[in-house]
Design a protein around this ligand. Structure first.
Ligand SMILES: [Zn+2]
Length: 212
């Protein structure tokens, strides 16, 4: 197949299972397009995705705010009480001279997750209002670069490992932020699995094609 220019690529889709190239065609709301060779789902069109995505990303943002404002764990050791919050973990790294590690933690535990969900809320709002054709395209490109850099799930697991090691030595109380962080991570995993960026990309195309 000979391509005239790069825009022609926008109308082609490759099956991620068997690598067969397909031409993309508009499909009805609530249906999906499958690969003719292996039957793998290539894309779907579900207009309710906008509402689901908006509700889920707003909820995740609220849990993220709670996870950052309140103590994750409270540790009691020899009469000393210590509250640990997410911002305090990377601030104490800075205070102890671990600038690079502190900076990386701040980026992957705070800045990227916050930016990703704020951009998702903005993106779904734009799609719901059927506005910002160019901006929504740019947001999707940014999101595809940023997604791999959100590491709250790894942080949650490392907290659990640290707590298991401390159990014999100190009294540990889980704070409200711990459960909020767990909910945030679960929502993040659910959204990564069920609302794929390429599906939002297709939805965006359908929404702005219908508008014209
Ligand atoms: Zn296939």
């Amino acid at each position: 197949m000979k391509l005239e220019n790069e825009d022609a690529l926008d109308h082609l889709i490759i099956c991620d299972q068997c690598r067969t190239l397909h031409e993309e065609i508009p499909i009805e709301d609530g249906t999906k397009a499958c690969c003719i060779k292996c039957g793998n789902v290539l894309y779907r069109y579900d207009s309710r995705l906008t509402d689901h995505g908006l509700a889920l990303s707003l909820t995740a943002l609220i849990f993220f705010a709670v996870a950052n404002f309140f103590p994750v764990v409270q540790i009691e050791l020899l009469g000393n009480e210590q509250f640990i919050t997410i911002p305090r973990t990377f601030l104490s790294l800075f205070e102890n001279g671990f600038y690079f590690v502190g900076f990386m933690c701040a980026v992957v535990l705070f800045l990227f997750p916050l930016a990703i969900f704020a951009l998702l809320v903005l993106l779904f709002l734009l799609l719901k209002l059927k506005k910002g054709e160019d901006l929504s395209r740019r947001l999707l490109v940014w999101l595809s670069y940023m997604k791999p850099w959100s590491m709250n799930d790894i942080f949650l697991i490392s907290i659990l490992v640290a707590l298991v090691k401390l159990i014999g030595y100190a009294q540990i109380h889980m704070g409200i932020a711990f459960w909020a962080l767990a909910m945030f991570v679960l929502l993040d995993i659910y959204m990564t699995k069920h609302i794929k960026l390429n599906e939002i990309w297709m939805l965006r195309k359908q929404i702005f094609a219908e508008k014209q």
